[in-house]
Design a protein around this ligand. Structure first.
Ligand code: ZN
Length: 367
């Protein structure tokens, strides 16, 4: 399965010849499998002559024979000559496209990872909770916790059972205390679940007032990663939880992009922790300072890379100023810097054209 470790592995890959990268949207509500096979064949025709024949055949063979048509998208990377082959079924939607380059084309995966990378949905009610860990939209772990039954207290009001056990009759106040205890226990259980899995985002689900109360018991570090909430019943199906989370995360993504763009432009204008434009961005990326790289979708630009230290630039001046190495021309410095940022642990936001006016690319810096 695709995860963050695989993404870094892909980012560090560099072949001695062309790697064929293929993304295929396979939303079964839109087209049939046969239609998607046709779409794939058409896309592959466009890279005829650039990609190796063996790789084109490997991709066709996989889609014709091996792929089970599960998921919403497919990502394939092939270079048969160097025994390089990756096939990922994606539970999240992806746009179709084919790229041929010495490095795998990973921008779409980086984008998806930022959005759906690793998140937990905590469904809570007054008695307990169900926790779901998703990675790239796949449910990878879940756990439940059940506290004391509220109904027993409620039903038992004045009854002999409760009378015999507790002495005092159960009251509304007692019920409230019990709910409080359950929510606290549930928050503790969720903390443990999150300590094990380190989600980057946490979504809460349940009745609105229960969620509000529950949130008060969360430790600060967990409160910080709560990104949204939605109403859901305790017995909701996993698929429903998955769908609702998708919708919220997509909405959040749109808002987040806007604020990252504004922060980048402001920081760059002040000359503090921000870079705008390709040359400046390449420079700060080499220093390993990029926290968030902001790049327009479909923005590509040729450039040069130092053979010694990997420094990228659009304007090489003789030898590399960092290591005295020599520069070689590369077809796409933008994709190269995306890989560099991912390798060094930064994140990437892919934005629509002109959202940053004419800068096309920029970065928010760590320090
Ligand atoms: Zn260098």
């Amino acid at each position: 399965m695709f995860d963050e470790k695989t993404l870094r592995e892909l980012a560090s890959l560099e072949a001695n010849g062309p790697i064929l990268s293929v993304y295929l949207d396979v939303d079964s509500t839109q087209h049939s499998a046969e239609e998607y096979k046709l779409i794939l064949r058409e896309m592959l025709k466009h890279v005829d002559g650039q990609a190796n024949h063996e790789d084109v055949e490997a991709v066709k063979r996989y889609v014709d024979l091996a792929y089970d048509w599960s998921g919403r998208g497919l990502a394939l990377f092939s270079r048969t000559d160097e025994d390089l082959w990756y096939a990922f079924t994606l539970a999240v939607p992806v746009s179709s496209g084919v790229t041929v380059a010495a490095k795998p084309y990973i921008s779409p995966l980086v984008e998806l990872n930022g959005l759906y990378g690793r998140y937990v949905v905590a469904l809570v009610d007054r008695q307990g909770g169900r926790f779901f860990l998703f990675e790239m939209g796949h449910l990878v772990d879940q756990e439940g916790t059940v506290g004391e039954d509220i109904r027993r207290v409620r039903k038992g009001r004045g009854s002999s059972v409760v009378g015999m056990r507790g002495g005092a009759p159960a009251s509304g106040r007692k019920e409230a205390e019990l709910v409080q205890r359950n929510l606290k226990d549930c928050a503790t259980a969720l903390s443990h679940f999150c300590q094990r899995h380190h989600p980057r985002q946490l979504l809460l689900a349940g009745a609105e007032h229960t969620i509000a109360q529950f949130q008060e018991y969360l430790p600060g570090a967990l409160k910080d990663v709560v990104v949204g909430a939605f109403a859901a019943d305790m017995d909701a199906k996993e698929g429903e939880i998955q769908e609702r989370a998708f919708i919220i995360l997509a909405e959040l993504m749109a808002a987040r992009k806007q604020s990252v763009i504004e922060a980048t432009v402001t920081a760059a204008a002040k000359g503090q922790n921000g870079a705008l434009g390709l040359e400046e961005t390449l420079h700060v990326a080499h220093e390993g300072r990029v926290q968030v790289l902001v790049v327009e979708q479909h923005y590509h630009a040729p450039g040069y890379r130092c053979a010694g230290c990997g420094y990228l630039t659009t304007q090489p001046q003789g030898a590399c100023s960092f290591c005295n190495g020599t520069f070689t021309e590369i077809p796409d410095a933008v994709e190269a810097v995306v890989s560099q940022v991912v390798e060094k642990g930064g994140t990437v936001e892919v934005i629509d054209s002109h959202m940053m006016m004419n800068a096309h690319i920029g970065a928010l810096l760590r320090y």
